[in-house]
Design a protein around this ligand. Structure first.
Ligand code: SAH
Ligand code: SF4
Ligand code: F3S
Length: 443
């Protein structure tokens, strides 16, 4: 039996997408504001928050083995196990099951309820097991302490949730309906991040380009308007946004890529598959052609833009011909980067019960072929950048003495040696390319 006392130290471990990383930072800030100490790597923590991802089966199952490991290996000096909270999308989707399967868990808290962690910890410290997976109407963000994060590159969640209901995807169920955070709150948070040293802000949302709001004068604006407003902040050098849905790629947002110098030349625009019947079965509500037209227009606005995407192989019913169409699409787009996944049937989603599920070996083979095509294009994109002069935003030191790591405008990792510090924008020339990074020299 665990000795129950109020935790004094904590650790938050985030899995999954960048929005989870952002939530994890805000949970850490919340616990810090309660007077709890963040435990360093290898140090005992009285409370461990597992901020989980439900997107694919592997990610979700990992939670249970992680809990087991924490109970066993993270015992503190007095022999007790740390208090465990499961947060994030698995908490939302499987709260009850977690409580049944994992007795070591004291708290289950959903992605829209984590501002209530302090009261939950109070109850858990009194020996109760507490679940809160409500999606309350009250604004979570308003109940959280102000940002304290100091980093050259910061995340800012502007939009949450999803109304698209792609037939394979859990996000509409784990994150709820699409909501946009108010303009004034976002401007305030961005200012705080910049005052604390952020040179780059990445605007986040499950469908970030669905963001809408009203500017200071009460005019209706979209994501492009928010970007233009943030670009007016003198100390902010770079703006990015992710993830976008093709159907929310407005003319105004495309135009912003050609007009706003601080908006970095990078667009993550997932397509998932290159065959129209599969896109229809996925309920993507766009076609291969309409996707390609968007890419074409974005490239017209910003010719050097780096395009990245997401793919799923082995969606139910995907034939060899459908898959070949995906390879053809990849060849046409020439991605600067892309992420590909084997289809994972998720409980409660329509695709999980569709006929014609694809055999594991077929998925493996398709994934391999797709990934080698993507690696080829990544290397080609990086190789084509050799000789370019650009700014790198320095994020950390590299492995070698005097070496620094940072990102180019096209989100490539670049390393170089020279005199500088984290947070500097250093002008370099790119001199050598690999599939995942480039080496550079200062100019
Ligand atoms: N909102 C974003 C990203 C959602 S999740 C979008 O719509 O693009 C990130 C990626 O995970 C998706 O783009 C998709 O490629 C992948 N994914 C989602 N559900 C999946 C599933 N059931 N199996 C395999 N991959 C999945
Ligand atoms: Fe999932 Fe589709 Fe929504 Fe993206 S747009 S989060 S893939 S349902
Ligand atoms: Fe995973 Fe939830 Fe993000 S399921 S990908 S953590 S929205």
């Amino acid at each position: 039996m665990n000795k129950v006392t109020a935790p004094k130290s904590f650790r938050v471990k985030s899995f999954g997408c960048q929005m989870n990383v952002y939530d994890g930072e805000r949970m850490a800030e919340l616990l810090g504001a309660q007077g709890m100490e963040a435990a360093g790597e290898g140090e005992d923590a009285d409370l461990v928050v597992l901020n989980t991802c439900h997107i694919r089966e592997k990610a979700a199952e990992k939670v249970y083995s992680d809990i087991g490991r924490i109970v066993k290996d993270w015992r503190r000096d007095d022999g007790s196990s740390p208090m465990i909270a499961v947060a994030g999308c698995v908490a939302q989707a499987e709260g009850e099951e977690i409580m049944k399967r994992a007795k070591g868990v004291s708290m289950v808290v959903g992605p829209q309820a984590y501002h209530r962690l302090p009261e939950m910890i109070g109850k858990a410290s009194a020996g109760e097991r507490v679940t809160d997976t409500d999606m309350p109407a009250e604004a979570k963000f308003g109940a959280l302490p102000a940002r304290r994060k100091r980093a050259p590159s910061a995340f800012l969640t502007v939009q949450e949730g999803c109304d698209k209901f792609c037939t394979y995807c859990v996000v509409p169920y784990t994150r709820g309906a699409e909501i946009s955070r108010p303009f004034a709150d976002l401007v305030e948070e961005a200012k705080l991040l910049v005052d604390q040293g952020a040179r780059e802000i990445t605007l986040l949302g499950q469908n970030v380009n669905a963001w809408t709001g009203e500017d200071a004068k009460g005019r209706a604006i979209g994501l492009d308007g928010l970007i233009r407003e943030l670009a007016a902040m003198p100390d902010l050098a770079r703006i990015r946004y992710t993830t976008s849905h093709p159907n929310d790629m407005t003319d105004a947002l495309i135009a912003a890529h050609g007009e706003v110098g601080k908006l970095m030349p990078y667009l993550h625009l997932p397509v998932q598959a290159g065959s129209d019947p599969i896109l229809a079965a996925m309920n993507r509500s766009h076609s291969v052609d309409s996707y390609l037209r968007i890419i074409e227009r974005v490239r017209d606005a910003r010719p050097d833009i780096a395009i990245s995407g997401d793919f799923i192989v082995g969606f139910p019913g995907e034939s060899d011909a459908d898959f070949e169409a995906t390879l053809r699409l990849v060849e046409q787009v020439r991605y600067a980067a892309a992420f590909s996944f084997k289809y994972s049937p998720r409980p409660g989603t329509p695709a999980a019960t569709m006929e014609d599920q694809i055999a594991a070996e077929v998925m493996d083979e398709r994934l391999q072929r797709l990934q080698s095509a993507i690696t080829r294009d990544q290397l080609a994109f990086n190789t084509a950048s050799v000789g370019r002069t650009c700014d790198v935003l320095v994020e950390r030191t590299g492995r070698r003495d005097g070496q620094w790591l940072g990102k180019t405008p096209w989100l490539q990792s670049a390393h170089f040696t020279g005199e500088c510090k984290v947070g500097d924008l250093v002008t370099v020339q790119l001199v050598e390319a690999g599939p995942n990074s480039l080496s550079a020299v200062t100019v």
